[in-house]
Structures are given as C-alpha cells and as structure tokens.
Ligand binder design. Structure first.
Ligand code: HQG
Length: 179
C-alpha cells in the first residue's frame, strides 16, 4: 500500500471513528469500538474498499498510532468529538506538558485558558517538538508550556491515551506559560 493511500485511509478512518460514524452507517460502542467486519463492509459500501491486511497496515504503519485493533474490533485512540468513554485510568502527568497552537488563539487562551473546543479534551504533547507539529497544522506554531504538576496538585485529572497524547478537561490560564 503506498503512502498516499495510507494517509487517505487514515483520514477516512479518523473522520468516521472519531466524529461521524453515522455518515457511513456504523455505530461505535460506548468505548468507541466497532467490529472490523462491520467497518470494512461500511467502507466497501462507500466504494472505499480496504482488505483486512490493508486495515492492519494502516493501524500498524500510522505515524501517530491513531487506531487500536483488539479482539476483532477497532477504535480511534483519541481525538473524538462523539461521546465515548475511552476507559483510560487517570495518570500522573510529567512536570510540564506542551500545547501547540497558533497566534490567533492567544488572546482567547490568555483570557479563558485552554478549552477542548470540538473535542472531548484538551490535547497536550509530552514534548516541545510534537507541540510544534500540532501547532503547525494551523499556521505559524506557538508552543505553550503547561504546569501539569501544579494542576495535578490542585486536583485536575490527566489521562494518557494509548498513543501518548495527554488529555485534560481544561487548562486554566494560571497554569500556562506563554512564549
Ligand atoms: C485552540 C491532531 C480559542 C487550540 C493533533 C487548538 C493533536 C482555543 C484549537 C490533536 C482555546 C482546537 C488535537 C480557547 C484551545 N480559545 N482557541 N480558549 N483553547 N484553543 O484540533 O490540540 O492528527 O481540536 O489551541 O496532532 O490542535 O487528528 O486541537 O489550536 O494531537 O490525530 O483551539 O489533533 O491529531 O483544535 O489538536 P483541535 P489540537 P490528529
């Protein structure tokens, strides 16, 4: 499978496993899983024919490990806008985490902190480099440093998705260092 097809399949899966399963007539269970057979049939009905081997290649070869396969089912590891319970246990965050964004959002973030916007959680990166990549999706990247240890002390819960993204319900402005 060439890279272009891999990326196309990854985007297509992200759209339907995170945001819009109904569009292709599938339902996710409460934890975000769908039977692989059901998914492949639904994709085929949309003229997006993937074999099981190709699906496995998309999951294994994904640059960000966006998907998990288990017991004949598949789900997105994070990034949902539909209601799912990923069943992640709260985890102790590192001292600091990073958030990549862009200049146009800074005034709002200074005023109200980081909000999950259309997703379930605010996404935080474990390192500066990853945050630059996340911010670059929207323009010139700006990296915010989040005092995760202080937040945890104050009772904020953190979860770590299976692909290493840290998740928080919100990040108050006091916990953010702006560049
Ligand atoms: C911003 C990709 C105004 C926030 C990435 C961000 C990530 C605010 C945007 C994952 C705000 C939301 C998530 C506030 C936050 N006022 N703007 N109060 N609080 N924002 O896409 O973190 O490729 O929902 O800074 O790599 O950019 O999809 O979140 O710019 O891991 O797997 O609102 O998505 O992964 O944007 O990205 P998003 P994100 P995938």
């Amino acid at each position: 499978m060439d890279d272009r097809r891999l990326v196309k399949a990854s985007k297509y899966l992200s759209r339907h496993l995170r945001h819009d399963p109904a569009r292709i007539g599938i339902e996710l269970d409460e934890h975000g899983w769908v039977e692989v057979d059901v998914l492949l049939k639904a994709l085929a009905a949309q003229r997006f024919r993937l074999s099981l081997e190709e699906l496995e290649a998309v999951v294994a070869g994904n640059d960000k490990q966006r998907f998990a396969l288990r017991d004949g089912k598949i789900r997105a590891n994070q990034g949902h806008s539909v209601e799912v319970d990923l069943g992640l246990a709260p985890a102790d965050p590192p001292q600091v985490l990073f958030h990549g964004t862009t200049g146009g959002f800074l005034d709002a973030i200074r005023a109200e902190g980081l909000k999950p916007m259309n997703r379930h959680d605010v996404h935080l990166s474990p390192d500066h480099e990853t945050a630059i990549r996340v911010g670059s999706r929207r323009g010139k990247p700006v990296v915010l440093v989040v005092d995760a240890a202080r937040m945890a002390e104050q009772g904020h819960l953190f979860h770590r998705s299976d692909n290493g993204v840290w998740l928080a319900a919100a990040v108050p402005a006091w916990a953010i260092t702006f560049p």
